[in-house]
Design a protein around this ligand. Structure first.
Ligand code: TYM
Length: 327
C-alpha cells in the first residue's frame, strides 16, 4: 500500500500565489507517489465568522481551483472536510489528550485572537482539528507552507502523546516544505506574509486574477531605494520577487544569480510578471472549462468523500478501541 499524504486549505478569501507556491504546487506534484487526500477545510473556516452564502460559493470555487492547478481526481481524493464526519469525531478525542498550554502558545492563535472582541473556543481548538485531519488518514507527509510548521509540530506532539498514553495508534507525520516559495510575502508589504484575508489592493496575486491586473500589481510591488538587483544582499521586496520568479520557473540558484545580478528593478518586475502570468494562464483556462461543466465539481467532491470515509472510520474505530470507548 502506498503511504498517504494529507493537506488542507481554507475556503476563505481568494487563493493566491503564496498558497500555490507554498502548498498547492507540491500537492499536484506528490499525488502520483502517494495516496493523496486534499481537503477544503470548511470547519476551520468557521473559527472566524464567515458570511454563509459566500462560504458556500467559495467551497465550490476553491474545488475548481484545485482541479485546475492539477489535482487529478483519478489519483487524489478531493474532499470537503465537513462531508467526512470522522474529522470532528477524532478531533474531540484528540482534544482530550491536548494540554491547553500547547494551544495557547500557537502564534496563529495569538495573532487571530488578538483581532477578535470575543474569542471563540474553536479558534483555540483549531490546531487540534488540523491534527485530526492529518492523523485520521495516518498521513506520512503533509505538504504546507512555512506558516503551518508550528501546527505540524503540534500534530506530532499530539500523536506522540496519544501513542504513549494508549499504545501505538498514529503514524507521526513529516512536514513537507518547498525549497523555494515556502513563505511568499505581500507585494505591498514584503515584511508580511501574503495572506488571503489582507485588505490591500496591491497585496496578493490571486490564482484566478486577470493578466493585466497581475502585471499592474507586480509593477507596483514595494522594492527599496537601490536602482538595481544586489543579488548578494537584496532587500526584502526584491528578495520576494526573485523568490516568486524562481519558484515558478524552477531555475537553479546559479541561473538566478547570473541572470538577475545588477538588473534594474523595472526589468526585474516585468520578467516576474510574465513568469507568473504564463504559468497561471493555462490554470485559468482549465478553471473555466471545469466550472462550465454542470455537476462535475459536486461529483468529484462526493466521490472523494466516499473513497476516504472507510479509511477515516478505520482510524476512528482504532482510536475508540484504544481509549476504551464503547463500540
Ligand atoms: P491556509 O488556507 O491558510 O493556506 C493553505 C496553504 O497555503 C500555504 N500558504 C502559504 N505558503 C507560502 N506563502 C504564503 N504567503 C502562504 N500563505 C498560505 C499554507 O501554509 C497552507 O499550506 N490551517 C491550514 C489549513 C489546514 C491544514 C490541515 C493544512 C487545515 N487542516 C491539515 C495541512 C494539514 C490553513 O489555514 O491553510
Amino acid at each position: 500500500m502506498k503511504a498517504r499524504v494529507f493537506s488542507g486549505i481554507q475556503p476563505t478569501g481568494n487563493p493566491h500565489i503564496g498558497n500555490y507556491l507554498g502548498a498547492l504546487k507540491s500537492w499536484a506534484k506528490v499525488q502520483y507517489d502517494y495516496e493523496s487526500i486534499y481537503g477544503i477545510v470548511d470547519l476551520h473556516a468557521i473559527t472566524l465568522y464567515q458570511n454563509p452564502t459566500e462560504l458556500r460559493a467559495k467551497i465550490e470555487e476553491l474545488a475548481g481551483v484545485l482541479l485546475a492547478i492539477g489535482i487529478d481526481p483519478k489519483h487524489s481524493a478531493l474532499i470537503v472536510q465537513s462531508a467526512v464526519p470522522a474529522h470532528t469525531e477524532l478531533s474531540w478525542m484528540l482534544t482530550c489528550v491536548t494540554p491547553v498550554g500547547w494551544l495557547e502558545r500557537m502564534t496563529q492563535y495569538k495573532a487571530k485572537s488578538a483581532t477578535q472582541e470575543t474569542v471563540g473556543d474553536g479558534l483555540l481548538q483549531y490546531p487540534v482539528l488540523m491534527a485530526a485531519d492529518i492523523l485520521l488518514y495516518q498521513a506520512a507527509i503533509v505538504p504546507v507552507g512555512d506558516d503551518q510548521s508550528q501546527h505540524l509540530e503540534l500534530t506530532r506532539d499530539i500523536a506522540q502523546r496519544f501513542n504513549s498514553l494508549y499504545g501505538e495508534t498514529f503514524r507521526v507525520p513529516a512536514t513537507h516544505l518547498p525549497t523555494v516559495g515556502a513563505r511568499v510575502m505581500g507585494l505591498d508589504e514584503p515584511d508580511k506574509k501574503m495572506s488571503k484575508s489582507a485588505k490591500g489592493a496591491g497585496h496578493a496575486v490571486g490564482i484566478l486574477e486577470p493578466p493585466d491586473q497581475i502585471r499592474k500589481k507586480i509593477m507596483r510591488a514595494t522594492t527599496d531605494s537601490q536602482p538595481a538587483v544586489n543579488i548578494e544582499a537584496p532587500g526584502a521586496g526584491v528578495e520576494n520577487l526573485l523568490g516568486i520568479f524562481q519558484a515558478f520557473t524552477e531555475w537553479s540558484n546559479e541561473q538566478m544569480k547570473s541572470h538577475f545580478a545588477g538588473m534594474r528593478y523595472g526589468d526585474l518586475k516585468k520578467q516576474v510578471a510574465e513568469a507568473v502570468i504564463s504559468h497561471l494562464e493555462p490554470i485559468q483556462k482549465r478553471y473555466r472549462e471545469i466550472t462550465a461543466e454542470p455537476g462535475y465539481i459536486a461529483g468529484v467532491l462526493r466521490e472523494g468523500a466516499e473513497r476516504v470515509s472507510p479509511w477515516a472510520n478505520d482510524t476512528v474505530n482504532k482510536v475508540k478501541r484504544a481509549m476504551g470507548i464503547y463500540t
